[in-house]
Design a protein around this ligand. Sequence first.
Ligand SMILES: [Zn+2]
Length: 395
Amino acid sequence: MGKILDYDEMNEILDNLDSKVIKKEKPIGYTYFGYPIEHYVYGHGRYHVIITGGTHSSELISNIFVIRFMEKICNKEVNIDEDEYTIHFIPIVNPEGTIIVTSAIRSLIPRGISDEEEQTFCLTYYRNSHIEGDYVNKYGDKGEKLQQLMFRHATPDILDGRHNKLKDYLKKLFKDNNLPIGCMINWSSNGRGVDLNSNIECGKFVSRVENGEEIYAKLHLNNIRRDKLGPLGCPYFAKKGEIEKENEALLKFYNEIKNNFDLIGSFIYHSCGDIVYYLGDSKKENPWIKLSEKDKNKNYEVAKVYAGNTGYKLDGFEIYTTMDSKLKSLFPVTLLIELGSVRATPLSQFMDFDLDGSFEAFKMVYSKIIKNNSMAIIKTLPVMVKMFNEGSIEK
Ligand SMILES: [Zn+2]
């Protein structure tokens, strides 16, 4: 059995989790096209923690890691004291994007194929993305992309009847914005074509978008524009400052937990880079909060434990241009974790080879992500508690 899960498969697993261990709560909100943003809870302890995946839907491993971790809790493969902690899971922050990208995947890679077959698709996708990256570097290539052409039959029409509203909207968006063929495989945004992490008042590209600049993504994605609604990067729907429903729901949810309980921290999963981002130093002033040296140090201490257990790099530098930087600022200690170092989402993080002579980052990518990050959460939680109880971070 393959490792990739589509949106329906994810929900099937989530619905079948032992409800005595992990309970489904009411959704934290609904997307523009009416999809629930589901919320699950483990434990009933004093210390609350939030774990999210899939802000960028093309970073599919982040959804699947969170879901597999939830499963491990249910199977008692990992042990978290339910009397001490309450863990909130939002495994699919961006349901519309997840529907789009996993439908694209299923247009080529069917369910239930062998591991071996799935691995060859992932490897092909990874290699094709790299060829395109090299062509950009060598020739300044701006043409069609091999990794997108693999998915050229993934058009909005492949969405089934349950998703008609989303499908009709996407058909129009593809036409109006002249989106490249096969780009559903690169879909990071929500269904409206807004990048949730860029969807913030002080986003990096907001002023350039306001100026009407054409902004392209990089390397093997350089045929995708970030200044227009589409697969990635676009900061707002119609006007500057307009916040998408997913982000509204997330902020409201974080605030509710922080105001009513002892929120000790959160883990936000992205991919890729093998990096743990925490809130450390910056040349810019934080628009949301002023952290003391002591607070910064707490963020660092927590991040260090996570990095130590995964071998990931630490990065505390922040320029406050993303939704996640806002969450990191307002709800310490929040870590943003980039899963896996093999670049070419959504498929490269599912590679799981151990080929003779391959460099370390290329070996058992998927297994290492699941195993090391599960361990890292377990080891990080007690440090979050310790830092929380040392006070000073604003409650
Ligand atoms: Zn991301």
